[in-house]
Design a protein around this ligand. Structure first.
Ligand SMILES: *[C@@H]1O[C@H](CO)[C@@H](O)[C@H](O)[C@H]1NC(C)=O
Ligand SMILES: CC(=O)N[C@H]1CO[C@H](CO)[C@@H](O)[C@@H]1O
Length: 445
């Protein structure tokens, strides 16, 4: 990308040099371009000029620093290095963050087998009330989908290619006789995220196989993309039978091939916005929230603080009030395992309700822990994850691209599934992101 860019840059410098003569404005000096007042800035600090050059549009030159132009920049904010920006197929811009897992998610854009709507930044061009060019987030993700959770009772069949990160885990000596239960999520070319308690089966021993690319257990053999598990990495604090830190990573013996049926998911790197307090601001922003008895008061200061946070970020947040759990688990209590992958839309329970649902017991000494766990379910319909769904993802659509999912939770356990109003427990991915990064992408920055 950089090479291509410098040749374009050079070409354009040559053409500019031919037609203009004096380039004497230094970095920081005022300038004007297309009738808009700006400031001279190095081309790599001026995202809009950088993008213009990529589109072979000439920016206004202030001067040169060696061969690199100082341009007249009308952006509201300069960036540290525009070369860090990733341009999506539809022209949207992503800016790399300091979070490895987020950058990995953005990198996936270039590998997507099909194009899909991306959710990066786009330029808000100057309007009369806006003295400079601003990059704003394209915000489709935070938009609430109406009628999302309607008549689904229990799960529904998922569509092929909709959950391409979904893995099914196999236990047993060989593939032919292996038993397949527990789910997982493909999160890189080598790693599957699953639950701690899925790393082995009481009768058949450690997990040995991972299958990707299927929608149905009964899918023909040629759709089964099977990998051997080379390494099992449970979370270092996972101490069964305790149910805390119920999360693990599986490494495959070879690199996973991405295709239309197999493609990884992103990890939730934003979770901090969805702790208890923040529930309130989301409710505040959402005028059609109709329940609920747990509308605790928020004070003025808190509100201001949240509003400040939101304007600072200027981006939508992934709406995690509703999330989708997927799995090939049992279709209900005392029922058979599902042949077709099931998807079930669940609602987030308030922290208070989670505490009530999951009180301290033998394997959960301190009860529900909001830092490391979350609970989702449905209070009005019988919807839940069930036996065999363990290890699978609880997910929302990714903010990076419409066709990607962000895994926010790992299905951990429930009580008896299929009772009205029950909640299921999920390991909170956000809390584990740095551990996941250290295992999946070690030694990279
Ligand atoms: C919840 O888990 C975190 C991380 O393990 C721990 O530091 C914290 O003390 C736990 N909170 C409670 C109330 O047990
Ligand atoms: C996330 C995703 O891929 N969603 C797709 C699920 O399937 C339907 C119908 O095939 C598509 O319209 C969605 O875009």
């Amino acid at each position: 990308m950089c090479n291509k860019f410098s040749s374009v840059l050079l070409l354009f410098i040559v053409s500019v040099v031919c037609v203009q003569s004096s380039f004497d404005k230094l970095e920081g000096e005022p300038c004007e371009t297309e009738g808009i007042a700006g400031k001279c800035a190095h081309i790599y600090k001026c995202l809009s000029a950088f993008l213009d050059v990529k589109k072979r549009k000439h920016p206004t030159i202030c001067s040169f620093q060696g061969r690199e132009p100082i341009v007249c920049c009308t952006d509201c904010e300069l960036v540290s290095d525009a070369r860090e920006a990733i341009i999506g197929k539809d022209g949207t811009v992503f800016y790399k963050s300091s979070q490895k897992a987020e950058n990995k998610c953005i990198d996936l854009l270039a590998l997507l087998p099909e194009t899909c709507e991306t959710g990066g930044m786009s330029v808000a061009w100057k309007r009369d009330d806006q003295p400079c060019k601003k990059f704003i987030r394209k915000g489709y993700v935070g938009k609430k989908k109406k009628g999302f959770s309607t008549v689904v009772v229990g799960g529904t069949d998922a569509k092929r290619y909709n959950f391409t990160h979904m893995a099914l885990l196999g236990y047993g000596e060989d593939r032919a006789s292996a038993q397949w239960h527990c789910g997982g999520s493909l999160i890189s070319e080598k790693f599957i995220l699953t639950a701690g308690h899925c790393i082995s089966d009481p009768k058949r021993g450690p997990v040995r196989f991972v299958v990707l690319g299927i929608l149905k257990r009964s899918d023909p053999e040629d759709l089964w993309q099977v990998y051997n598990v080379k390494r099992i990495v449970p979370h270092p604090e996972y101490r069964p039978p305790s149910k805390y830190h119920d999360i693990a990573l599986l490494e495959t013996d070879k690199l996973v091939t991405y295709n239309k049926a197999v493609f990884p998911a992103c990890l939730d790197v934003q979770g901090k916005f969805f702790k208890d307090k923040d529930d309130e601001i989301i409710k505040f922003k959402d005028d059609d929230e109709d329940d609920d008895d747990d509308n605790e008061e928020i004070n003025e200061d808190q509100l201001k603080e949240f509003q400040k946070l939101f304007t600072l970020l200027d981006e939508p947040v992934e709406d995690q009030r509703q999330a989708v759990a997927t799995g090939w688990g049992k279709l209900g209590r005392d029922r058979e395992l599902s042949d077709t992958l099931q998807e079930v839309y669940l609602n987030r329970f308030s922290e208070r309700k989670c505490l009530v649902h999951f009180q301290p017991n033998r394997n959960l000494k301190h009860g529900y822990n909001a830092t490391t766990q979350m609970c989702y379910g449905d209070e009005k319909e019988t919807k839940d994850t069930c036996e065999g769904d363990s290890g699978g993802p609880l997910q929302v659509r990714s903010q990076v691209a419409h066709c990607l999912h962000t895994v926010i939770g790992v299905t951990s356990f429930g009580k008896a599934c299929g009772y009205l109003g029950e909640a299921g427990m999920y390991s909170r991915v956000y809390h584990y992101v740095s551990w996941i990064e250290s295992v999946v992408w070690p030694g990279e920055d």
